[in-house]
Write a protein that binds this ligand. Structure first.
Ligand SMILES: [Zn+2]
Length: 504
């Protein structure tokens, strides 16, 4: 009987030990999915082939390099960054340019004044994924931390990221990285599961010195070193190494601007008849009187190397028509051709620019690595609007209506994740694990388990006591006899199968 009590105590101790040990494991490995999204502004898809970037190139061994990302018009920073995080074309989310006029609001926004909710919340579809992550109703452990991404400091349809920091040109990437890693490692009550980073290079260098230049070489070397730091930090961090998925991408590429490829708009149209928004690669023209649309259109259509469209005629492939913030006339340079709009400083000479229609020089990079991604893979291109679907899948969010599709990106996922059957299993396991981490559930579950183990122990102990009496009569030492009978083994006492059923 003394042995039995001791054994029962041991069972209880090992049960509670395993519970205490299990809690951090469940929380660290199987609660909320982890994702880090990084955008280097203006990082053209072929820079890693044109320049020596060993750390970028090493990413292929760890995961996937997508040849390039096809983007949508207009290929400029604020609109495309909003597309990445919403999965919506610009005509759908409403950030249609870096300078916007809204006839309904009768207001204009530039990059400096766009931090007002009215610009980002034009409709209820516009929900950045940092908000979707926080609103997902399956866990209390979902928080987003966003650094400098366009729109992150503005409540969008009433929601801000849990943590965010404003754009700061003087801030180096290594301090941003440290901040994001700190957020991932905060106590469980405040830590983030989704980090988002925007970095303004190599776009600035691209504008000033062009995409092919010594200065670009230096800037890209710096970006490559940052990737080296990122990899080192992950490799030294078991929690993030095991769980974190990372996407490194960009909004657009960069085109060389040659001298004499610039026109002054006022030389071609009567500016008093319209208002012009934007500059350089394209402009939106709002004509004051409908009767003047044909006249302005006719003037602009005579200029070689530029394209002009009445709003109703903008090609479908642009996905740039169905929004009141798009002008009566869209005037666009062919790649490398610039427009000087009224009020723009014609003396500012750019050696590189973007904003053009969907040409190869406008395509950005894409790398993905971490538990969900395949490895050693050079993958076929997909579209900027598909990145949301991929992130939504990684974060296990409910599907939202977007312009992208998971079908277009599933080829870069691990084999087993591509099968619907396994998707469902995976979702089930995660949901169950999330529930298990809930304290209330653990308490109730623990009590039930202890009672069950107690009952099982009493039954088994009763049977053993009968067996021992029988065997003892054969004069075989007790220790030997316990080992010689399968019913007396440790496994039967712990009743593994019923235990597993409870824990799954
Ligand atoms: Zn730019």
């Amino acid at each position: 009987m003394y042995i039995s009590i001791k054994l029962f105590a041991l069972i209880l101790i090992s049960f509670f030990n395993s519970c205490i040990y299990c809690l951090p494991i469940l929380n660290e490995t199987s609660s909320t999915p982890l994702l880090l999204l990084i955008s280097f502004d203006g990082f053209r898809w072929d820079y890693p082939d044109l320049y020596k970037l060993p750390n970028f190139n090493s990413l292929i061994q760890r995961g996937v390099r997508v040849k390039y990302i096809k983007n949508n018009f207009a290929t400029v920073t604020f609109p495309l960054h909003y597309t990445i995080v919403t999965g919506l074309y610009e005509e759908t989310h409403g950030i249609v340019a870096n300078t916007i006029y809204d006839p309904k609001l009768n207001a204009t926004a530039t990059l400096d004044t766009m931090n007002d909710t009215k610009w980002w919340s034009q409709n209820s579809y516009s929900q950045p994924i940092w908000v979707s992550n926080q609103l997902a109703n399956d866990s209390k452990q979902r928080r987003s931390g966003v650094i400098a991404w366009p729109g992150c400091d503005t409540p969008i349809n009433g929601h801000l990221p849990y943590k965010y920091q404003l754009f700061n040109l003087n801030r180096k990437f290594d301090s941003i990285l440290k901040q994001i890693f700190d957020w991932f490692h905060e106590p469980i009550e405040t830590r983030i599961n989704f980090g988002v980073i925007y970095y303004p290079e190599p776009d600035i260098t691209g504008h000033h010195y062009g995409p092919i230049s010594n200065e670009m070489n230096e800037t890209l070397k710096e970006c490559d070193n940052y990737i080296g730091q990122l990899l080192k930090m992950i490799d030294n961090d078991e929690y993030l190494k095991t769980n974190l998925n990372i996407i490194i991408t960009s909004d657009h590429g960069m085109e060389v601007i040659k001298k004499n490829h610039t026109i002054i708009l006022e030389d071609y149209i009567d500016i008093s008849l319209c208002s012009v928004y934007g500059s350089r690669a394209f402009v939106n023209i709002f004509v004051h009187s409908e009767s003047n649309i044909d006249r302005i259109y006719a003037n602009l259509s005579t200029i070689p190397n530029y394209e002009v469209y009445k709003k109703s005629q903008i090609p479908e492939e642009y996905h740039y028509k169905s929004n009141i913030r798009i002008g009566d006339i869209l005037f666009v340079g062919k790649a490398g051709y610039e427009i000087i709009a009224p009020g723009d400083n014609s003396s500012t000479e750019l050696l590189g620019d973007h904003g053009y229609n969907n040409v190869e020089s406008m395509y950005p990079i894409f790398y993905g690595f971490g538990p969900v991604f395949r490895q050693n893979m050079q993958a076929d291109p997909f579209h900027t609007v598909d990145i949301y679907s991929l992130m939504s899948y990684i974060l296990k969010l409910e599907k939202r209506i977007t312009n992208g599709s998971l079908d277009n990106v599933k080829h870069i996922l691990q084999d087993h994740l591509r099968e619907k059957f396994f998707n469902e299993i995976n979702l089930f396991v995660v949901n169950t694990a999330v529930n298990i981490t809930h304290w209330g559930f653990i308490t109730v579950g623990s009590v039930i388990l202890v009672i069950l183990i107690g009952i099982i122990y009493i039954i088994v102990a009763f049977r053993h006591s009968r067996k021992l009496i029988y065997v003892e009569s054969q004069n075989v030492p007790v220790r030997y006899r316990l080992l010689s009978t399968s019913e007396g083994s440790k496994n039967n006492l712990f009743a593994d199968e019923s235990d597993n059923e409870e824990i799954q």
